[in-house]
Design a protein around this ligand. Sequence first.
Ligand SMILES: Cc1cc2nc3c(=O)[nH]c(=O)nc-3n(C[C@H](O)[C@H](O)[C@H](O)COP(=O)(O)OP(=O)(O)OC[C@H]3O[C@@H](n4cnc5c(N)ncnc54)[C@H](O)[C@@H]3O)c2cc1C
Length: 414
Amino acid sequence: MLLPPRSNIRQLDFDADCDVAIIGAGYTGLSAAKRWAEISPGQKVVVLESSTVGEGTPGRNSGFLIEITLASDANTEQLDRMHECNRLIGATMRQIVDAAKYNSGQCDLRRTGLYRAAAGKDGQRALASYQLFLDAAKLPYETLNREELRQRVGTSFYQTGIYSPDGYLVQPAALIRSLADQLPDSVALFENSPALELRPAKSGWQIRTPAGQVTARKVVVANNAFAKDLGIGRSRVATIYTYAGLSEPLSKTDLSQLGSEEAWGLLPTHRLGSTFRRTSDGRILVRSFYDYESESDNKIVERKLMDCVLRRYPALEHVRWANVWGGATGITANGAPLWGETEPGLYVSVGCNGGGVVKGTLFGQLLADLAHGHDVPDIAALFGTASWMPGEPFRRIGFNVISSLEQRRGRAEV
Ligand SMILES: Cc1cc2nc3c(=O)[nH]c(=O)nc-3n(C[C@H](O)[C@H](O)[C@H](O)COP(=O)(O)OP(=O)(O)OC[C@H]3O[C@@H](n4cnc5c(N)ncnc54)[C@H](O)[C@@H]3O)c2cc1C
């Protein structure tokens, strides 16, 4: 379901004082704001968002919510750590389920479970190793051969797959709007109000926006891919763009090409592979491809995404895109987040590495806990800590080398 434009937007057009300013109204920022208001209901919280809620990356993702450790994090040799990560992520997912009830079904949150499928040899190896993790962690799943997958998702493109019940699908723009709409009155959300500069002040921090300045005792930086524009995580987080296309609603005949289930989501086994979804309103969604630091031309992306569809569903040749978009994610060299109090009164959670709806929600609320001196799980021990990256031009060269090697390995899954 596509949403109407957002109304009742407030832009910051005056100078504001507050107890905490949160930069970025994504999953991380909004969950930090909510938790802050729960712990300190009397404090003034300001959230600054550069775009309007639902228009930026938080609303542009593919809507896969995984309630267990992501495949890329799974480690059979560290099961205690994995169990603790699963416990935290599972509890956060349950909070998202509750929050999604707010806007009377618009979020379309469903526990469909998720497919992971492999087309090539490397993908099959990755799937086998993920299966070992699921076995060791005693998590439920079902293995599927090519024909079984074809019946469920309508394509013989994949050789093998697994189905795990531990996953939801959601309309992401509706979810992020719903989270914003549920913020308590002590939280003032300003949209179209980018933080342009962040600097220490006498008793806290000062943030410059185009039409007003915010003075805050504490600051939470939750703008993910763009933190480095404020001087945060420059040597740890890079900006990567990835793309998605959502088709026009499909006819009954076209829908019959997409297998037996009304709504499903399928993840690739290689990180450069393509993600597919059949949405409950009868469309096909695909997410694929990456660019370093700048976004590709939409016309080229449209064609490349349609090629991904046609490799799996050649009969959908006449189908048109309703919308094609790119979104930015913050990535780190080792896939771990940059999280914690980096300077007195400055709390940072950035570098989502492309899988941050549930994780971001968790990290945001734990950051608010940390800022209040509450006990928090050891995030570095559980999820790692972002490692150092070289500066330019070495970073770009490194990205290009790694991505062309990975593209070769993952090309069967695109
Ligand atoms: C095409 C695509 C598909 C994806 N699919 C999935 C998926 O299926 N499942 C999943 O879990 N993840 C997915 N992701 C990743 C997911 O969107 C992110 O992990 C998640 O949004 C991270 O949340 P966040 O709040 O940490 O950061 P973000 O969502 O990036 O939010 C940061 C916010 O900060 C704002 N901002 C930026 N700069 C400033 C500034 N200077 N001042 C104020 N505000 C600022 C941005 O506008 C944005 O709203 C996908 C991403 C893309 C691009």
